[in-house]
Design a protein around this ligand. Structure first.
Ligand code: KIV
Length: 268
């Protein structure tokens, strides 16, 4: 029996009911396995840029690239909420631009919701999207699209005034209608304080165990990211190494004439 489809409202209602796990996916096959594992939310992150396309940052990924991958993920998912990450400069220019691009994710690619980066200064955009029927997942703390402004991938909110600003950001996003908020790379006690400061779920990545939910980049969890894994990520498998061993075994069998064997060969 298939699980009922997750909606933004159902994710919002998870607040206070226990912890929940979310993952990224960028393709049909991975999305299907994440969905079969019963995770309520799958994020087609702009981490697509590095995980799938080989870019050093998330900045170069385009709307067309994101649409292509969001559509593949949406085809693989039956139950989870599919959240499309709005790429750099697809929502910052104007509210009209944000509405048009978020609308494309829903209309053309089958996304259920969008995510965008930024705190209080982004509240008007969030409000406009929500008022026009597009659920929004907020994202505060380390916001990788502001990499150049932040001067690197650094833990955020260590100073008192920065922590206070992040609490105000989370509350502004909640007031604007965000159904949940991703909190990236903040100290654990701030992750907990942010969770207590809002009535929508926080979804942490590098924000400690005090958040309502957690999200990881699937490639990091599966051991597919090589050595470039952030310290907050845990590897639950070593699929990269397993893939390499399988490729080596195949290569050796082909070279030795052991593959294809009789059972892999059609009879006349
Ligand atoms: O792009 C992404 O994968 C993300 C997560 C790190 C939250 O934004």
């Amino acid at each position: 029996m298939s699980t009922p489809k997750w909606t933004a409202d159902r994710i919002k209602a998870l607040k206070g009911t226990g912890r929940f796990a979310c993952l990224t996916a960028y393709d049909f096959t991975t999305a299907r396995w994440v969905d079969e594992a019963g995770l309520p939310l799958v994020l087609v992150g702009d981490s697509l840029a590095s995980a799938m396309l080989g870019f050093a940052t998330t900045l170069p990924v385009t709307m067309d690239q994101m649409l292509h991958h969001v559509a593949a993920v949406a085809r693989g998912v039956a139950s989870a909420l599919v959240v499309a990450d709005m790429p750099f400069m697809s929502y910052q220019v104007s509210t009209e631009q944000a509405l048009a691009n978020a609308g494309r994710f829903v209309k053309e690619a089958g996304a259920d919701a969008v995510k965008l980066e930024g705190g209080a200064f982004r509240a008007d955009t969030v409000r406009a999207l929500v008022q026009n029927g597009i659920p929004v997942l907020g994202h505060i703390g380390l916001t990788p699209q502001s990499l150049r402004q932040m001067g690197g991938y650094k833990v955020q909110g260590r100073k008192h005034e920065d922590a206070d600003r992040l609490v105000a950001d989370a509350q502004a996003l909640q007031a604007a209608g965000a159904f949940a908020i991703v909190v990236e790379c903040v100290p654990g006690d701030l992750g907990r304080a942010l969770t207590e400061a809002v009535s929508v779920p926080t979804i942490g990545i590098g924000a400690g165990p005090g958040c309502d939910g957690q999200v990881l980049v699937t490639h990091d969890l599966l051991g597919l990211s090589g050595q470039r894994v952030p310290s907050f990520a845990k590897r639950y498998a070593e699929l990269g190494e397993q893939m390499k061993q399988a490729f080596l075994a195949y290569k050796a069998e082909v070279e030795a004439g052991d593959f294809p064997a009789a059972e892999h060969t059609y009879k006349t």
